[in-house]
Design a protein around this ligand. Sequence first.
Ligand SMILES: *Cc1c(COP(=O)(O)O)cnc(C)c1O
Length: 392
Amino acid sequence: MFATDPGAFRAAASVIPAIGRAADHIARSRFDRPTLVIDSARVAAQYDALAEGLGAARIHYAVKANPAPGIIRLLVERGARFDAASRGEIELCLAQGALGRDISFGNTVKRPADIAFAASVGVQLFVADSAEELEKIAANAPGAQVYLRVIVENSQADWPLSRKFGCAPGALAGLLDHARDLGLAPVDLSFHVGSQTRKAAYWLPILDHVAGLWHAARAAGHDMRVLNLGGGFPAFYGEPIDTPRAYAAEVMDAVTACFGAIPYIMAEPGRGLVAEAGHIAAEVLLVSRKAPGDLHRWVYLDIGRFSGLAETEGEAIRYQIDTPHDGGETGPCILAGPSCDSADILYEKRPMQLPMALAGGDRVMIRNCGAYTSSYSSVGFNGFPPLDVVVL
Ligand SMILES: *Cc1c(COP(=O)(O)O)cnc(C)c1O
């Protein structure tokens, strides 16, 4: 029924219709392994909407969200810039037509040879959050522009990124001075509110805090020219979110109110640009009960934590799943992947309601999976193939 009838996918009124090119393609196709289907027109539409809302801020796409060459090429054609984390990501962007000067090297932990490579191909902006990283940049990309990442507290993100990256606010002044002493050009600040920050209002206390640091650094004589807002722009996973344009515009209004005029503002959306453009075609391998009277069924899919659904860690990101039996009676299910690893359980603390009729062999569609799936997929743990990607 799935194969012939795209209408088999439920379009509940509370759900942004996922019926579109990617869903149609999945409904019409048979895949022999889990496959992420990306609608490039949807990526373009998200880009345009975000760009409109961001106004003067330039988009540097966070390549790690989805490094499919077709996506990078499309974004190059639309005038996007890029945030890369490694030599590999820089080479990918260059191969798809990006210019080195339009790529920022946004990982606070870089290999020295990668820094030298980046400088040799024209990358001009580098991030750091420590004295040692500044020294590596000075040694391998003398005179480069650097921006310093600060830790932000009070993240209300579903997938926080706060602890691992950034310097403490109190360390900032010393690092700016150190960068200048090393012959680098310290240009500014960056931060990340945390990925999947569902409401623009959650940015306000963070912007207020970062603006305090910004104004203090300027008062200390630093030439503050670049503000990097990072990512955090949300995708729809079932809880309501604003449109990308309205969300971005609200963030920018707050930026203007807190910071005043800034020569160059950059934003680094990853998830918000690509998540809703892709759905994964997957298959149920087994539905079982551990004991005959158990309330919960275990549903094992052919995709799991190691083959693309890593963000189910801690049950942080809750994907929506369409099945051929939607509309029928449902019951609680523990959802798991296919590998022989007990960490490969997707949802257990909060079981998923899935149709009672669900059975092995059923094909399902996991919605809005265009971000952080293919890039998280292992090369073949337990012999299960990595997530295949089709860009329409
Ligand atoms: C991952 C990452 C992003 C993208 O974050 P999203 O929440 O997916 O938009 C942006 N900037 C940096 C430095 C990142 O590491």
